[in-house]
Every structure is written in C-alpha cells, then in structure tokens.
Design a protein around this ligand. Structure first.
Ligand code: GLU
Length: 467
C-alpha cells in the first residue's frame, strides 16, 4: 500500500500553485532570477520519517531561516544570560533590515531581525573567533541538523556581499553600541555566508523536526541543540519569526515558524513535527505567497494550530478496589481490600493532579489533629495500595515529583506497591531518598504485586463495584 501522506502533500501543493502574486526578492540578483514555478513542501516527524512533494530536491539559500539555529548556537556557546545582554526578545513589528536598537539597552530587539541576527552570529564560538571559525561551526551544526553535509552557495554569497551596505550599517551601529566586539565587516561577511548555505525542503523539515524533538536530531539521535536553547528559539520564532506579520501568522497558522527571503518557511510544532515549504514569490511582508497558503492549509486540515484547545489533559486515571484472596503467606486469604490506581497516557501536571485527587478521595484526608495514621477516605481501610504505570506513556518532571510525593506520604501509613515495567516513575535510588521510600515496593507485573501483598500464588478478586 502507498502512504496517503505524500499524495495529500501533493494536493496541498497543487492547490497553492495558481497563486502567482508577489515577486522573488529583488535586492540579491541571484534570488531575483529564481525560477518562480518552483514549489515544494515537506513534513518530518519527530521519529524521523520525511514526506514531501514538488521540487523537494531543489536547493535554495537558507537566508533568514538560519537565524533561529544560529541563535541556538550563540546560546550554547555563550550561555543564555550573556546572549540576552546583547540581543532582546521583543517583537519589533518593523521591517527585518530596520536600523534600530532598543531604547535604554541598545540591544537589537530580537534575533530574527537582521540587527539581532548579526549580533547573534558574532557570539558563535567566541567573541574573538574568526569568520572561518564561526562559519565552520554554523555549517557543521546545520549539516548535523539536516542529516547531510551542506555547502555555501558562493554565487549567492558574492551577490549579497557586493551590496551589503545596509547590513554593514547595522553592524557598525552594533559595534558603536557595544553589542558586538569583532570587526563589523567580519560579522557581516560571516552572517552573509551563513545566509548563503544551500538547503532543500527535506533538509529544512528535518531541521525543524529537531527543534520539535527538543533538540535531538530524529534520525541520528544526536543532541544538536540543548533543551534550554530549543525553548528560547521556539519562543522567539512564535513571536518574531514571520517578519512583521508574525501576529497574523501565529493567529492563523499557530506554529512557531521562520521565513526567509529566498521563499522558504519552516514550522516546528513542539513534540510533533517539523514542516517546510518553498516557493520564491514573496508577499509585501517578505513571506512566500504559496508557502503561507500551504502552511495555512496544512494547519487547518491537520489540526496543527498550537492554541487549538481540542485535547484537554491527555491522561486518565482509573481507580478501583479489589480483594486479595489466598496466597502462601495467608493461605486462608486475608480477604482484605487493595486500592488500585492506574494512570494512562502522557502525563503532565494535570494528569498527576487527577491521580492525587483520586488518592485523596479514596484513601487520603487525614484525621483531624493527626498528621499520620489511616486517612478518612472511603477506602482508607485497605491493606495495600497498588499504583499501576503499565499504561503510562511518559511523565514529565512535575508529574513525577508530585506522584513521588503522593507515594511517600501514603507509604508512611500504608503498604504501597508500584507496578512500573518501563521505569517511567524513576523511583529515587540514592540512599537518603531510598530511606524515605523503604516501605514502597517497585515491581514489573501485577502477579509480582499480588505476591508481595498477599503471598505467593494469591489472587486478586475485583470487587463488584469495580466491574
Ligand atoms: N541575507 C538576507 C539579509 O540579511 C537575509 C534576509 C532574510 O532572509 O530575511 O538581508
């Protein structure tokens, strides 16, 4: 069977093709001569599948789409605090090449406009690195993100450098304001080389998918960008990525994105996928006309809008009581009740809070004036509490901490068994914390949990109210 996804992408592309308004960027002559019939779209998942349609192997210069990645490298090389002293994070609403700095701090407004991008470029490797060292670092990092060796397009580089007065002006302004310490001309030469790196939509989709995957390249499994940088980069892409139509974009498409003057756009949907589109005709804001149409279509059809509140807390809690019957320790069966809590899904704070609430209702509610001792919940009499994480796909940090704390508190008065075959709960193992959890038994199956509570070979009989 053929996957329906490339066919769908092909349809999205054909529907955008009739839109032929706009012009390719005119200020770089190589770009002005671009073949305007070219169009392509690609989607890459966070586990490394890439789907594409159209001119998906045609290379074009990355231009401003390099900016978020170079910002990430600057953060990695200098630390976020230092980068924030040199480049702000406020949307400017101005044209990308505006000669302006933030009043008061003298920082460029954000790293997605040229002034901020030149300043970010000058922070890569170190503040006194050479052009070659910076460009080499950037080229290698972008290649690792794309999953293939990329190259600088020398014709684009030469064309842009010969008319770089505006970017030179920006760099001298940055130097005068103390925002870069290297030679302004070197900063611009390096920045223009960075913009002249050739990519295709499949490369870009994979680079975006790396951001969506928290900085780990989906195919190689290599961490190319730190988690801290990813969050910062996706945030500025959300507020500043689409030139001065960033507000309209985030409201209508709803995906952190970055666009470039050669007609490419990337979108990175956190935790899900990266997408890329390409077509050289630009609208008056500088974004690819067909590219924007394709992204709107994809977002609508596929439910990609980040702010679409269609899924409320994707975790569920089931709780029931069962009776322990038989077993070697208690052959005549204790016939005592066990409370079972099962947590399903990808659990964050909301799911962990639901589990906490269920535990409070069933077991918790300590007696007045007694910090410990059995609680007053309807199942407070149980002889043991079982937590099952067999169907828990993942827990984030806050969910894990909250559940640990529930277990710790419960284990001071009750026998607690945790079923966690995949180890998602990561019960603390260092000796101090181990002491706190000494009453807790972590097992990998229901049978082991039963054996622990009622002795070898016992059974758990579900109570009628749980059926
Ligand atoms: N090389 C371009 C410039 O600095 C990049 C602009 C862009 O893609 O927005 O003018």
């Amino acid at each position: 069977m053929k996957s329906p996804i490339p066919d769908y992408l092909g349809r999205v592309l054909e529907e955008a093709r009739p839109f032929d308004s706009g012009q390719p960027a005119s200020y770089i002559d190589v770009l002005a001569q671009a073949d305007t019939s070219r169009s392509a779209v690609a989607v890459a998942t966070v586990d490394g599948s890439v789907y594409s349609a159209g001119d998906d192997e045609v290379d074009f210069s990355i231009q401003s789409i390099s900016k978020p990645f170079v910002y990430a490298l600057a953060i990695q090389d200098q630390g976020l605090a230092y980068v924030l002293e040199k480049v702000g994070v406020e949307p400017s609403g101005d044209a990308f090449n505006r000669l302006s700095l933030e009043t008061g701090t003298n920082r460029p407004m954000n790293p997605m406009i040229n002034a901020g991008a030149v300043a970010a470029h000058a922070l890569v490797v170190s503040t006194n690195a050479t052009v070659d060292q910076r460009v080499d670092r950037i080229l290698q990092a972008l290649s690792r993100l794309a999953g293939r060796q990329l190259k600088v397009d020398e014709a684009v580089y030469a064309a842009e450098l010969k008319d770089a007065n505006r970017n030179m002006g920006l760099a001298y302004m940055l130097k005068a304001a103390g925002m870069i310490s290297c030679d302004p001309q070197e900063a611009v030469r390096g920045y223009i080389r960075q913009c002249s790196i050739n990519v295709n939509v499949r490369d870009l989709a994979m680079m975006a998918a790396t951001l969506s995957n928290g900085g780990v390249q989906p195919v190689s499994g290599e961490r190319v960008i730190s988690q801290e940088s990813v969050r910062q980069v996706l945030s500025v892409m959300t507020t500043c990525g689409m030139y001065n139509s960033s507000g309209d974009w985030i409201a209508s498409v709803g995906i952190p994105a970055k666009s470039g003057v050669s007609g490419g756009i990337i979108g990175a949907l956190p935790g899900q996928l990266g997408l890329a589109v390409f077509s050289p005709r630009l609208d008056e804001k500088g974004n690819s006309v067909r590219g924007v149409i394709m992204c709107k279509q994809l977002s609508n059809d596929m439910g990609f809008h980040m702010m679409d509140v269609s899924q409320i807390a994707g975790a569920s809690v089931r709780s029931w009581t069962a009776t322990i019957a038989g077993g070697s320790k208690q052959p005549n069966a204790c016939r005592q009740a066990v409370a079972v809590f099962e947590l399903r899904g990808a659990v964050r704070f909301a799911g962990a809070e639901r589990l906490t609430r269920a535990v409070m209702n069933e077991i918790g509610k300590s007696r007045p004036n007694s910090g410990s001792g059995p609680g007053l919940g309807k199942d407070a009499h149980v002889c043991a509490v079982m937590f099952s994480f067999r169907n828990t796909y993942s827990l984030n940090d806050v969910a894990r901490r909250l559940i640990h704390e529930n277990i710790r508190r419960l284990s001071t008065t009750t026998n607690v068994v945790v079923i966690d075959p995949a180890g998602v709960l990561k019960m603390p193992l260092d000796s101090k914390q181990e002491g706190e959890f000494r009453q807790v038994r972590v097992v990998t199956s229901e049978a082991e949990a039963r054996d622990h509570i009622g002795g070898m070979g016992c059974r758990v009989v579900p109570n009628e109210d749980s059926l």
